[in-house]
Design a protein around this ligand. Sequence first.
Ligand code: ATP
Length: 276
Amino acid sequence: IKNSAKPADAGKAITFEDIGGQETAKNELLEALDFIKNYDEISKMGIRPLKGILLTGAPGTGKTLLAKAASNYIDSAFISVSGSEFIELYAGVGAQRVRQLFKTARELARKNSKKHCVIFIDEIEVIAGVRGKNSNHLEYDQTLNQLLVEMDGLSAKDDDVKILVIGATNRPDILDPAILRPGRFDRIVKVDLPDKDGRLEILKLHTKGKPLAEDVDLEQIAKETFGFSGAHLENLCNEAAILARRAGEKVIRQCHFMEAIDKVIMGEKLKRKPTK
Ligand code: ATP
């Protein structure tokens, strides 16, 4: 059985400053993380340690970035997996992978200075959808049951390490209520599409280091990009730079951003078109 866990991002560590907007999500997450940072104080107060946080929201809104920043904030080791990596045709394989994931997390935590590991499970709805609802439901149910067993086991007093599970989904509506029971994912953090101010912050982050012409008005671009996610805005900045280069320019002008907005919208429309 292959180990589905991937090592932490090889690139620069993501911090909360690298994430534009999402102030509510960041604050909720920070409060939860301070529980982990001040573990001894919290346990003296009789507060249950936090084991799971669920990030919900549209694709590309920064859930993965938030999980990475959270891990970095508590100086934790980090493992990232996707729910779809757990599902195989053969019964028992998914459950075995979940066991292996938590085993790897414990090993990484032991090597971590703070004895922490964050397990990030993207698309958690794939394994945590309502039990009994799937055509191959035995395999799905066993996988989810194993996740629940592992999460319930995290509080064991003799555990020398602290594991935090951060799940992400854009389908919270299909989750099995069992995973939301106290002591499992008991923090739900909504990660919404950015508002105008959030979009402006994201645009500032993604134009940092790009050569912008004097006429570039990021405020205006933020106004014109209602409904764009962070991922769309990142793509927009990249497209604008490509358009500028194609036009033989050394700097990116407002007109390139405006054209790029249309390109991103068009790309989304094409993606949504049903395939025959
Ligand atoms: P999915 O649901 O598709 O997994 P996600 O919510 O996890 O998406 P991310 O993977 O965190 O989204 O974001 C994708 C990319 O979009 C990031 O690498 C980043 O470039 C950009 N991005 C998204 N949100 C933000 C943000 N709030 N600030 C800055 N960049 C962002």
